[in-house]
Design a protein around this ligand. Structure first.
Ligand code: CA
Length: 574
């Protein structure tokens, strides 16, 4: 056995409280290195005259990636404390792995050798709002979804869809437009809307906030927004707003004051100004998002700034009853601010959802004291690489996803925000070079996966578009130009996911087989079980996977031994 590959630490994704009673423990070892792995464990204070009282329980292989096998066990320690180690066997070889290293035999004279989970304190358990697990999001870029009120159109707005989207043009989309089209969302079956920013700003994307407490007049007023939230709630749809707390816009009043009064500005400590006078060329002499002079980084360590931003965080929840915050550039803001932010928001609404925009390993934000979820770009990339771009095969896809899923606790995976495209990327149909069959497979994958999926407006009716600004076209409302077959496909998947929670987040996800272009995975719980088979290739594929007799086709084409090109089948256990 390769000892160097064996890894565990008593925290993060390796040892965590899944709920108030349950601990999850994982161990990583070299792929194929073990026949059997057991957990040796006991309460640290449970001693008798025979010594320390321990038990042993087998761990199960929960996944395999490119290099490693992961073993898993769920434990409910009666006194909520645990000391533990691992017994790893391969043939005649047995190793015991503890916090103090490797032993041939488990040392029982002292619990100090062992890994320690000191106490399962309920308040420390990572807990995302329970509704999130069952939510399917729909992302709306408000300037481009629908124009329901031409009286608030910004100056120079052009008729709906009359030209291609540009970084600077306006079409007049607004809240009334969303209200007018709520039926479209209900019919599709989504249960949450994620709005990109709606606060007063200059650009069409509104990420350059001028005033965090005002709605941009082009979208309507606060009354219309209140009405919009009410209409959404009446239709079983949650509302999440997007905010940038990392940096303000150039026209944010405090920043304008700083530009005007320099050292004498009462707001000089609201930003990270390195010297005076303030210069913007060749690079700004103050901290910004990237080197963008118009996005000055806010000093969230300053109590006045904190007070202002936390007021913003509470205000929209308190006054408008929104259900969540999506936080732009979340990883560049200090952790201490996010902890206060969470407390502020959850005090007003304990069931509010907090989603951070982070593209990399996010364990530091997902410990239960900051965010409920991050945007799961590793899922996006792996799914697009496998199906849209065909740069990886099914086996590599399964390995990559296994790695990602073992990077986080299970309760974190259940709230992860999964997406295939957004206002920041190519549209999914364009990523598929216009191949609708591939796109259908991508939606099948995302909508039967763990986590909480998000559909970018217009993808469901076959809209295309390159990177920003191409992906921000006006929503197509002409029914003759909408792809109804695609809409039907996504609608049936949503309906199936809603009917069978095992397709969402109840139960586990297991890769059954992954070879060349054919991927087979199982979603199963004690009550319900599904098998999903898909062929991401442009040719029919023979495969050796045999569908058990007690499974029945519920969606797609029967693909007993051979799957048609881009074919898929969803089977359910009788
Ligand atoms: Ca308008």
């Amino acid at each position: 056995m390769l000892k160097e590959a064996i890894y565990h630490r008593a925290g993060n994704n390796y040892a965590y409280a899944y709920d108030e009673k349950t601990l999850h423990i994982r161990l990583r070892i070299k792929k194929g290195d073990a026949d059997k792995v057991s957990l040796i464990y006991g309460d640290p204070y449970d001693w008798t005259e025979d010594g320390w009282q321990t038990s042993s329980a087998p761990m199960t292989l929960s996944g395999t990636d490119e290099w490693f096998d992961y073993y898993f066990i769920e434990i409910q320690p009666p006194y909520r404390r645990l000391r533990y180690g691992f017994e790893i066997s391969s043939g005649d070889d047995t190793l015991v792995y503890t916090e103090k290293g490797f032993f041939d035999q488990a040392p029982f004279d002292d619990t100090a050798y062992y890994f320690c989970f000191p106490f399962l304190n309920a308040i420390d358990v990572f807990r995302a709002p329970s509704w999130v697990k069952d939510t399917v999001w729909y992302q709306i870029f408000p300037e481009r979804f629908a124009n329901g009120d031409t009286s608030n159109d910004p100056e120079g707005a052009v008729p709906w869809g009359s030209e291609e989207p540009k970084p600077t043009n306006f079409f007049g989309g607004d809240f009334q437009g969303v209200i007018d089209h709520i039926d479209h969302l209900v019919k599709l079956g989504v249960t949450g809307i994620y709005f990109t920013p709606i606060f007063k700003a200059k650009s069409n994307h509104k990420y350059d906030t001028i005033d965090y407490l005002e709605i941009d007049p082009q979208f309507g007023d606060k009354e219309t927004f209140k009405k919009l939230v009410k209409v959404c709630h009446e239709n079983g749809i949650k509302v999440m707003l997007d905010a940038v707390f990392n940096h303000s816009g150039y026209y944010f009043e405090p920043f304008q004051d700083v530009l005007k009064n320099e050292e004498n500005s009462r707001y000089k400590n609201w930003f990270h100004l390195r010297e005076f006078p303030i210069v913007t060329e060749p690079r700004p002499n103050y901290d910004t998002f990237a080197f963008e002079k118009s996005m000055p980084k806010l000093n969230t360590e300053n109590p006045e700034v904190r007070k202002y931003l936390l007021k913003v965080a509470r205000y929209w929840v308190e006054e408008f009853d929104i259900d969540g915050w999506r936080l732009d550039v979340a990883n560049e803001v200090d952790h201490s601010f996010w902890r206060e932010f969470r407390t502020a928001v959850k005090t007003v609404k304990p069931e509010a959802y907090i989603l951070g925009e982070i593209w990399h390993d996010s364990m530091n934000w997902l410990q239960g004291d900051q965010f409920d979820a991050v945007m799961n770009y590793p899922f996006t990339n792996a799914a697009l690489d496998f199906i849209a771009k065909e740069t990886i095969d099914a086996k590599v896809f399964a390995e990559k996803i296994t790695s990602v899923m073992h990077m986080y606790p299970e309760n974190v995976n259940e709230a992860a925000f999964n997406l295939l495209g957004s206002h920041d990327t190519k549209r999914v149909l364009t990523s598929c070079d216009g191949n609708k069959e591939k796109m259908k497979l991508l939606f099948l994958l995302m909508l039967t996966f763990k986590g909480t999926p998000c559909i970018y407006y217009g993808d469901e009716i076959g809209m295309s578009g390159e990177m920003d600004p191409g992906c921000r076209k006006c929503m197509e409302w002409d029914e003759e130009k909408q792809d109804h077959e695609l809409f039907g496909h996504i609608q049936s998947l949503l309906s199936l996911r809603k009917q069978h929670k095992v397709l969402a987040n109840e139960g586990k996800l297991t890769f059954v087989s992954a070879k060349d272009k054919v991927l087979v995975y199982e979603k199963s719980s004690y009550e319900d079980s599904f098998l999903i088979v898909l062929n991401a290739g442009d040719k029919p594929a023979e495969h050796s996977f045999i569908v058990p007799l007690d499974y029945q086709l519920v969606l797609g084409s029967p693909g007993a031994e051979s799957m048609p090109a881009y074919g898929f089948s969803v089977y359910r256990k009788n």
